[in-house]
Write a protein that binds this ligand. Structure first.
Ligand SMILES: [Zn+2]
Length: 313
């Protein structure tokens, strides 16, 4: 198709051009803007706001900070306990607000990170993965690779998809021609989302306590994380042995790079719970067991009793 014909068909599609007026988003180390909010302006000056999706099950809660962690290096890799750690570790992953907070061994850092953390970032960003688009109209036949798509919504609740990475250039032709467009996609791998969140939360908990815990839950977390580290990306992962109640949630607001906190989370009508806040982006329920008894603000350490009954700090 010649350039002239393409222009012609664009005009016939009758869809007016919109321009991006402002974009708010991004974080340290990010290669694509994750679009927390965007404002578009139409040909007649009308505005359209696009923001993050309202997720099912998200509830209002009050969050009070009990303690804040600071960088700390352990004598052994806190994940496998096996070797002297030699690699800088971002907690949480850098793309969701992590900074270097400790050191882990090469294997735990690179393998466990590479095999699980992209899935957590996709979950956090509401990303549809391996997307393909196909249209009944226009010159492009068959499905074309759209790559990753950010799922967003307008202020009226209409769904919006934003191309978030490498994609076939024909995808733009498909979108220009309209017609009935079929979108197929995958969702982030749930077990790997949870494994990556558990890794960050466990490391956050170690940093808050400034020690590697030896509770029953902590042993189970380390075993599950070693399994995640040693499971190829092509193989299914299961978090066997993690039989305690825990949850992950996106923290409201925007990324606060490098902030790891222990938070008391209150939902109206429920008992308060404790959670580790990671990069201001993510909340994971306190994952390593033990009963918190307070905090020492002067040293930023938390005081807790582990499940063996030993009072420790
Ligand atoms: Zn290790």
């Amino acid at each position: 198709m010649s350039r002239k014909q393409r222009r012609q068909s664009r005009r016939e599609s009758g869809r007016p051009p919109w321009t991006i007026d402002s974009v708010y988003g991004g974080g340290p180390g990010q290669t694509h803007i994750p679009l927390y909010s965007t404002r578009l302006v139409g040909p007649n000056g009308q505005a359209m706001s696009i923001g993050r999706m309202q997720r099912e099950g998200e509830v209002d809660c009050q969050i009070d900070t009990v303690a804040i962690a600071s960088r700390f290096d352990f004598a052994h890799c806190p994940l496998c306990l096996a070797v002297v750690p030699g690699t800088d570790e971002h907690v949480p992953p850098e793309n969701i607000g992590g900074t270097v907070m400790t050191r882990t061994c090469d294997d735990c850092n690179n393998k466990a990170g590479g095999r699980t953390e992209p899935e957590l970032e996709h979950w956090w960003n509401d990303t549809l993965v391996r997307a393909r688009l196909e249209s009944t109209l226009g010159p492009v036949r068959g499905p074309r690779v759209a790559g990753n798509l950010y799922r967003r919504q307008t202020s009226d609740g209409e769904p919006v998809f934003a191309l978030a990475g490498k994609h076939d250039s024909a995808v733009r032709d498909i979108l220009d021609h309209g017609g009935d467009i079929t979108l197929t996609f995958g969702l982030p791998d749930r077990a790997r989302v949870f494994a990556a969140a558990l890794k960050s939360a466990y490391l956050g908990a170690c940093l808050l306590a400034r020690r590697v815990p030896f509770t029953r839950e902590a042993e189970a977390v380390r075993a599950a994380l070693r399994a995640a580290r040693d499971t190829q990306k092509s193989e299914p992962l299961s978090l066997r042995g993690i039989d305690f109640d825990w949850w992950i949630a996106r923290r409201p607001g925007s990324i606060e790079a490098g902030r790891i906190g222990l938070e008391r989370v209150r939902v109206a009508g429920e008992e308060p719970q404790y959670a580790v806040s990671l990069g201001g982006a993510l909340l994971v329920s306190w994952p390593v067991g033990g009963y918190l008894v307070g905090s020492d603000r002067a040293s930023d350490r938390i005081l807790w009793i582990d499940s063996m009954g030993a009072n420790s700090r």
